[in-house]
Design a protein around this ligand. Structure first.
Ligand code: NAD
Ligand code: TYD
Length: 367
C-alpha cells in the first residue's frame, strides 16, 4: 500500500467524535461550550428540545464545524445507532433527562420514558456500536452517564456525606428514575463489559439554567418584583456546585476515570435554602437595587412544602480528588456572584425562556 494512503486510513481510524445527549439543556450546553473551547474534537449534540432544551444556549457555536446539532430523541434507537456509526463516535456523554423534581411529582411519565427507557435504548445502541469496534478503538470507548446525588436519598443533619458506596434510597419520581438508569448502566458494565463511567453530582448552578430551579427562579422573580417562594421552613440543605466545575469534573472522569467506577462530584458548599436565597438577595441589592430602596429579601414568602422533600444532600467528593486530582475552582461566594452577574447581563435570555408555557408552569406550581 502507498504510504500516503496508509496514513490517510490511519487518520480516519483515529478520528474521534463525542456524542453528547441533552446538550441543549443547562449542564449539557455548558459542557459543550467548555469542551469546544478546550478541544478540537467534534461534538454531535443530540437533543429533542423539550421545554428545557434551548438552542440560544449554543448560539456562539453557530457555523462552528466542530459542533453538529441533531434534533432527535434518545428513545429513537435507530437514529442513535446511525449517529454512532456514521460519526465514528468514541464516547457518549449522557445528559439527556427530565430533571426537575417538582415536575416529576406533578407528572412522572416523561421521567420514566426518558430517564429509564431512553437510557436503556442508548445503552443498547452503545453496546452494539462498541461490539462493532476493534482493538484500540474498542478499548478506548466510553459511556459517561451523568447522574445525581439525589439517588442516595436524604441525610439527617449530622449524618456523614454521601460516598460512592452509600445505599441507594431515591425518594422522588425524578431520583427513582435516575437511580434506575444508574443501575442499568452498572449492569451493562457487569454483564456485557461496556466501559461505562457514572458521575453523581450535587446541585448545579450557573449560566443557562432554566428558571424553574431555585437559583435562577429567585433571581428572575426578585427582579420582576414577584414573591420568592421558599418551600417549608427553608432549612433543607443542598451542596452547590458551579456548572463549569461540573463540566471540568466530567472532562476529567472521561479522560482518566476507570471503567465501571462511579465518582461523586460536589462543591463542598452545603447551604440551607434560606441562606442561599438571602445570599442572592444581598448580591442583587448591591448590583441592582430595588427602586424603592427596600431589600429584595422583603419579597421572600414561605409556601407549602414539596411533598416528600429531601432534607439534606451532602457529597463526599474525596474519591475524585484522590484518584483523578479534581477539585472545584469556584467557591460558593465567587460562583454566586458571577452567576448573579450573568443573569443580570443576560435578561434577554431569561425573557426568551419565560414564555407562555413557562408561565403556565409557575401558576400551576405556586398557585
Ligand atoms: P435540563 O433539564 O436543563 O436539560 C435536559 C436536556 O435534555 C434538555 O435540553 C432536553 O431537551 C433534553 N432531553 C430531555 N429528554 C430528552 C430525550 N428523550 N431525548 C433527547 N433529549 C432530551 O437538565 P440539566 O440540569 O442540564 O441536567 C442534565 C443532566 O445532569 C441530567 O441527567 C440530570 O439528571 C443531571 N444532573 C443535574 C443536576 C442539576 O443540578 N441540574 C445535578 C446533578 C445531575
Ligand atoms: P431545585 O433547584 O428544584 O433542585 P433539587 O430539588 O433538585 O434540589 O431546588 C433546590 C432546593 O430549593 C430544594 O430543596 C427545593 C427548594 N426550592 C424552594 O424552596 N423553592 C422553590 O421555588 C424551588 C424551585 C426550590
Amino acid at each position: 500500500m502507498l504510504p500516503g494512503l496508509a496514513l490517510l486510513l490511519l487518520a480516519a481510524r483515529l478520528l474521534m467524535t463525542l456524542l453528547v445527549t441533552g446538550g441543549a439543556g443547562f449542564i449539557g450546553s455548558n459542557f459543550v461550550l467548555d469542551w469546544l473551547r478546550e478541544s478540537d474534537e467534534p461534538v454531535i449534540n443530540l437533543d429533542c428540545l423539550t421545554y428545557a432544551g434551548n438552542l440560544h444556549n449554543l448560539a456562539s457555536l453557530e457555523g462552528d464545524p466542530h459542533h453538529t446539532f441533531v434534533r432527535g430523541n434518545i428513545l429513537d434507537g435507530d437514529l442513535v445507532s446511525a449517529l454512532l456509526r456514521d460519526h465514528r463516535v468514541r464516547a457518549i456523554v449522557h445528559f439527556a433527562a427530565e430533571s426537575h423534581v417538582d415536575r416529576s411529582i406533578h407528572g412522572p411519565d416523561d421521567f420514566i420514558q426518558t430517564n429509564i427507557v431512553g437510557s436503556f435504548r442508548l445503552l443498547e445502541a452503545a453496546r452494539a456500536h462498541w461490539m462493532s469496534l476493534d482493538g484500540e478503538a474498542k478499548a478506548a470507548f466510553r459511556f459517561l452517564h451523568v447522574s445525581t446525588d439525589e439517588v442516595y436519598g436524604s441525610l439527617g443533619a449530622h449524618d456523614a456525606a454521601f460516598t460512592e458506596t452509600h445505599p441507594y434510597q431515591p425518594n422522588s419520581p425524578y431520583s427513582a428514575s435516575k437511580a434506575a438508569s444508574d443501575h442499568l448502566v452498572r449492569a451493562y458494565h457487569h454483564t456485557y463489559g461496556l466501559p461505562v463511567l457514572t458521575s453523581n453530582c450535587s446541585n448545579n448552578y450557573g449560566p443557562y439554567q432554566f428558571p424553574e430551579k431555585l437559583i435562577p427562579l429567585v433571581i428572575h422573580h426578585a427582579l420582576a418584583g414577584k414573591p420568592l417562594p421558599i418551600y417549608g421552613d427553608g432549612q433543607q440543605v443542598r451542596d452547590w456546585l458551579h456548572v463549569r466545575d461540573h463540566a471540568s469534573a466530567l472532562r476529567r472522569i472521561l479522560a482518566q476515570g476507570t471503567p465501571g467506577e462511579t465518582y461523586n462530584v460536589g462543591g463542598w458548599n452545603e447551604r440551607p435554602n434560606l441562606e442561599v436565597v438571602h445570599t442572592l438577595c444581598r448580591l442583587l441589592d448591591e448590583a441592582s437595587p430595588r427602586p424603592d430602596g427596600k431589600p429584595y429579601s422583603s419579597q421572600i414568602e414561605f409556601v407549602r412544602d414539596r411533598p416528600g422533600h429531601d432534607r439534606r444532600y451532602a457529597i463526599d467528593a474525596r474519591k475524585i480528588e484522590r484518584e483523578l486530582g479534581w477539585r472545584p475552582d469556584e467557591t460558593f461566594e465567587s460562583g454566586m456572584a458571577n452567576t448573579v452577574a450573568w443573569y443580570l447581563a443576560h435578561q434577554d435570555w431569561v425573557r426568551a425562556v419565560t414564555d407562555g408555557s413557562y408561565r403556565d408552569w409557575i401558576s400551576r406550581q405556586y398557585q
